[in-house]
Design a protein around this ligand. Sequence first.
Ligand code: DQA
Length: 138
Amino acid sequence: MKIQIINGPNLNLLGVREKSIYGNTNFETYLEELKKRFADIEISYYQSNVEGEIINKLHEIGFSYDGIVINAGAYTHTSIAIADAIAAINTPVIEVHISNVYKREEFRHSSMLAACCKGVIAGFGMDSYRLAIENFSA
Ligand code: DQA
C-alpha cells in the first residue's frame, strides 16, 4: 500500500512555528515514528509552500497511490484550485489539521477541500496524520 502525505504552506516550520498551537515536534521527526509504526506501508512525504506545486503533486500521484493525507494549511480555507485537483484524481484524500480549526478564528471554520475528500480529521495534534493513515489501512 502506498500513501502520500502532503503538507502545505508554513508546515515546514512545525516545531518552530506557534508552538502552543502546533507543538514542539518537527514533521520529519514525527514522520520517522509514522514509518516505524506503519512498517508495511510505503509512506511518501511532500511539503510545499506553493499552491501550484501542491496541485502538481496531486496530479502526479493521484492516479496510482492508495491514499493521500493532506494538510493544506491556510489553502484549506481558500483554494478552489486544490479542491478541483482533489476532485479530478482517483486516489481518495483525507484532509487533516493539527489544531482544532473549529475552536479558532471563524475564517478557519470553512474548508474548500472537505467536500471533495473522503473525510476530515482535525484537532488531534500530529496524531491527526496517524488517524488518517489508520483509516486507509483498515
Ligand atoms: C492547520 C490549520 C490552518 O488553519 C492553518 O492555516 C495551518 C495549519 C492545522 O494543521 O491546524 O497552517 O491546517
